[in-house]
Structures are given as structure tokens and as C-alpha cells.
Design a protein around this ligand. Structure first.
Ligand SMILES: C[S@@+](CC[C@H](N)C(=O)[O-])C[C@H]1O[C@@H](n2cnc3c(N)ncnc32)[C@H](O)[C@@H]1O
Length: 227
């Protein structure tokens, strides 16, 4: 089974729309290979001011996104489009990588929840969230960039999104290695020539060279991947 739909709960749907509406992922949506929908959490408040946040119980700085608007938004998505694996983007989650992207690809639908301010009320996490995912051990302002990172990494593996599967199976991190160096025209640029082997037309030798390069640069740049 492969994912076909992603719903993103956010206070900033426009910024997600801009990032996901262009280039490869944008075209994939237009041709129906994948549907990415955004939902404005603010539209699910019950107060006139459309307030979605409040002070933390127990004191402390900043504001917390309240559970109720998040819950109403999530419930609307589930009722309208069906249940999905609900993921809260959080610096406290499992760290995202290519293997995690491949795992998420196997769910038919994802619901991505973006926090903001100082985070979200714990009770929403307890009640609705299946798992938390972090894009790295640092803190960013909101979950929107993280949701786009996750959605993009997952969507590009959906059949029909890239021209062919080799577009992602040959890339860095697919098999635990980094990709070999790539070159395009011209043959010589700023006095730097393309490695001769790539101009030889001998595909078996080119494959062998690329495998060696892949291993060498993984050893040099990311020895931890080989351990
Ligand atoms: C300023 S952060 C809140 C951090 C929270 N107070 C903590 O210390 O765990 C606001 C929002 O940004 C998102 N966020 C921040 N860092 C992230 C990361 N490394 N990965 C995924 N989402 C992140 C989350 O959605 C979070 O709710």
C-alpha cells in the first residue's frame, strides 16, 4: 500500500501551499498522483477572536496551542476525508530519515499536525496523535517547515511522482550510502574536466566507478553511515 493523501493542520496554510504547490510535488498533485490538503486550525475555534492559544498552566513563558481547536480541526479532517496516521511534528519525536520516510509511505493517509509558539496542549497529543516526528535535534519556530520536509520526502517516492523509480532508489541514503558525484555540460568548466570514465560510454565501467565513488565519499563525508 502507498500513500495517496496528506492532510496538514496548520496556522499557516499559505506557506505550506507555496512550498508544496510548485515543481515536482506541485505537478504530482495536478496530475492526481497525490493529494496534499491544508487546514486552517483557526477556522475551528469557537470564539469571535479566533484565538487558538493561551498561557501555560503552572506559569512559564510563551503561549500554548489549545487542545480544542486542534481537536475540532482534526475531527473535521477525519470525518471529511477518513482516518489517517496522525503525526505531530515535534522536536521531541523520532528523528526523521530516509528509512522513516519509507515507513510513512506505507500508510494510505497521513495527517500532519504543525505546532507553533511553545507547542501544543499535551492532551491533544494523548488523544489524537499516533506518533511524533522530529526533523532533527534543534528547535524551529513552527511545524510547517518540518511538515513540508516530511511530506516532500514521502511524496517523491509515490509511483508517478518522479519520472521513474531510479530517481529515488539511486539517491543518497536509499541503500545507506551517499550518491556518487554528478556532472553535466560543459565537459570542461573553469578548467575542471568531467572524469574521463563518464565520457567513455562503457556502462559497466561507469557503474563500477560510481559504486566506488559512492563508497569512498560515504567513508569520507559520513563515516557514521558505514558503522
Ligand atoms: C518552538 S517549537 C516548541 C518547542 C517545545 N516548547 C519544546 O521545547 O519541545 C514550536 C513548534 O515547532 C515545531 N518544531 C520545532 N522544532 C521541530 C523539530 N525539530 N522537528 C519538528 N517540528 C519541530 C513543533 O510543531 C512545535 O510545536
Amino acid at each position: 500500500m502507498t500513500i495517496t493523501q496528506i492532510d496538514i493542520l496548520t496556522l499557516f496554510p499559505e506557506s505550506i501551499g507555496r512550498l508544496m504547490g510548485e515543481s515536482i510535488i506541485g505537478r504530482a498533485q495536478k496530475k492526481g498522483a497525490i493529494a496534499i490538503r491544508t487546514h486552517q486550525i483557526r477556522d475551528f475555534t469557537l470564539n469571535k477572536q479566533k484565538q487558538v492559544d493561551d498561557y501555560p498552566y503552572g506559569g512559564g513563558h510563551g503561549l500554548i496551542m489549545q487542545a480544542d481547536p486542534l481537536y475540532r480541526c482534526w475531527e473535521h479532517v477525519v470525518h471529511t476525508h477518513g482516518a489517517g496516521r496522525t503525526v505531530y511534528l515535534s522536536p521531541q519525536g523520532r528523528v526523521f530519515n530516509q528509512a522513516e520516510a519509507r515507513r510513512l509511505l506505507t500508510f494510505p493517509r497521513l495527517i500532519l499536525v504543525c505546532g507553533h509558539y511553545e507547542g501544543i496542549d499535551e492532551r491533544f497529543i494523548e488523544e489524537c496523535v499516533d506518533e511524533e516526528i522530529s526533523i532533527g535535534d534543534y528547535v524551529i519556530t513552527g511545524g510547517e517547515l518540518a511538515a513540508c520536509v516530511v511530506a516532500d520526502a514521502v511524496c517523491r517516492m509515490v509511483p508517478g511522482v518522479l519520472a521513474d523509480e531510479a530517481g529515488f532508489t539511486g539517491e543518497s541514503h536509499w541503500d545507506g550510502l551517499l550518491e556518487y558525484p554528478q556532472y553535466s555540460r560543459p565537459e570542461v568548466w573553469h578548467g575542471r574536466a568531467v572524469p574521463e570514465i563518464l565520457l567513455s560510454g562503457h556502462h559497466a565501467n561507469i557503474d563500477k566507478w560510481r559504486k566506488e565513488q559512492s563508497l569512498e565519499r560515504t567513508r569520507r563525508k559520513r563515516p557514521d553511515l558505514l558503522e
